[in-house]
Design a protein around this ligand. Structure first.
Ligand code: RM4
Ligand code: MN
Ligand code: MN
Length: 404
């Protein structure tokens, strides 16, 4: 234990923070990385292809294993179907296990088939709704084969012009399709429903906000929950409030972490607004300490949903994971007793200070100590760069997997 760390720990303990508990929470915290985050992606203007990008799902898993190796907190990988379609999912499960990984959420794709031009699960044509529903059911089968228990649905459906579609009719279609999907879920499976108020449609989106996700999932039942993607809100939305509200209702099932400046930018987590990320974790931790919400908080699937246009993929993913860990560590340092007392006396300045001071605390000595105790290198990014893996994969060449 370094002297710097000892001093740091004493200071925190004097402030009433239980560092043993903080360390345990940090050691058990896991976040899932997305297979598509290792592949090429771009904007509607251009995809800049990078050398070394995985050519198939197996290579994506190899790259994900590197992120897990150096961070010690990413043992599961989300897949996107059909981008990650293979003939034998048993082999995927087996290869993942060899790499110390498991397959996490299975993400259906209802936005890249010509048939879905006017919608998938909400299409006015019954045969297209059928096809989209069948794809969802296929994803449930794949999840069962790879040993995953989460289907996360992002529905791209929407319209571009007033009058183009019948809102209520589309809602009914969606309810019918989702009911069929829900009924096919295995006992321990969950359907997480994302929302997004814009893009690719520009006038309306069929699941536009958390209230709609909440309504659909409530009607379906306990195995359906809301998935909060940080890039899917209107500017200025108080995301941590939505998180607290859904935690209290037992209806939040997971996150898609990323960051944005303007739209659904899918940038490195915590790169633009680290305080928002911290405040979200603050709500999650507070809910985990409350017996009414502890169970919901314990079942949150923390996932990254990021697409790298210009960044080298693996370092960008490591950076995101480390930024998440940093925000989480800071949120663990919030003194909840002190905060409660400030709230009870309507001491606005003191309450805000409790929260901000935790955010302003340098947690790097703590994270280095935790990594050391977990048998990891203190600086995961430096360790990865030094490993030479980034150079080694260049032999894969240019033209690996993208969004197809
Ligand atoms: C969407 C949404 C989905 C993700 C796709 C790639 O905007 O966030 O979760 O699967 O992008
Ligand atoms: Mn997402
Ligand atoms: Mn998104």
């Amino acid at each position: 234990m370094s002297d710097e760390y000892k001093l740091w720990e004493e200071k925190q303990q004097d402030k009433g923070i239980n560092i043993g508990w903080v360390k345990d929470r940090l050691k058990s915290f896991k976040v899932e990385t997305p297979s598509w985050g290792y592949g090429d992606s771009g904007t509607r203007f251009k995809t800049f292809k990078q050398a070394g990008v995985p050519r198939n799902l197996f290579e994506k898993l190899e790259d994900a294993a590197q992120v897990n190796k150096y961070t010690g907190m990413c043992p599961t990988v989300a897949i996107h179907i059909p981008w990650d379609k293979v003939d034998d999912y048993g082999k995927v499960k087996e290869y993942a296990a060899q790499l110390g990984l498991k397959i996490g959420a299975v993400n259906p794709n209802l936005f890249q088939d010509d048939d879905y031009k006017f919608g998938s699960l909400t299409n006015v044509k019954a045969d297209i709704r059928r096809k989209a529903t069948e794809h969802m059911l296929e994803c449930i089968d794949i999840a069962k084969e790879v040993g995953s228990n989460i289907i996360s649905l992002w529905l791209a459906d929407g319209t571009n012009y007033p009058g183009q579609g019948d809102f209520r009719m589309r809602k009914h279609y969606l309810e019918q399709c989702l009911k069929e999907v829900y009924d096919a879920l295995g006992d321990n499976m969950r359907l997480l429903i994302e929302y997004k108020c814009f893009e690719p449609a520009f006038y309306h989106t069929d699941i536009a906000d958390w209230g709609m996700s909440y309504t659909f999932s409530s009607k379906l039942g306990p195995k359906a929950q809301v998935l909060v993607d940080l890039g899917h809100h209107l500017q200025g939305t108080n995301v941590e409030h939505i998180v607290a509200f859904l935690l209290d209702e037992g209806k939040i099932g997971g996150f898609h972490f990323n960051n944005r400046k303007y739209a659904d930018d899918d940038l490195i987590v915590g790169s633009i607004n680290p305080y928002e990320l911290f405040l979200i974790f603050n709500e999650l931790i507070a809910a985990s300490l409350d017996e009414n919400t502890a169970q919901t908080a314990a079942n949150i699937a923390y996932m990254i949903d990021q697409s790298h246009c210009i960044e080298p993929k693996i370092p960008a993913m490591i950076r995101s994971v480390l930024n998440i860990q940093t925000a989480y560590a800071k949120a663990l340092l919030v003194n909840h007793d002190k905060l409660r007392r400030a709230q009870e006396t309507n001491d606005v300045m003191a309450a805000e200070a409790v929260v901000r001071e935790a955010f302003e605390t340098d947690v790097q000595p703590l994270l280095e100590a935790v990594r050391e105790e977990m048998g990891l290198q203190p600086d995961p990014m430096a360790a990865y760069i030094k490993s030479g893996y980034g150079e080694k994969i260049l032999s894969r060449g240019v033209g690996g997997k993208g969004w197809e």
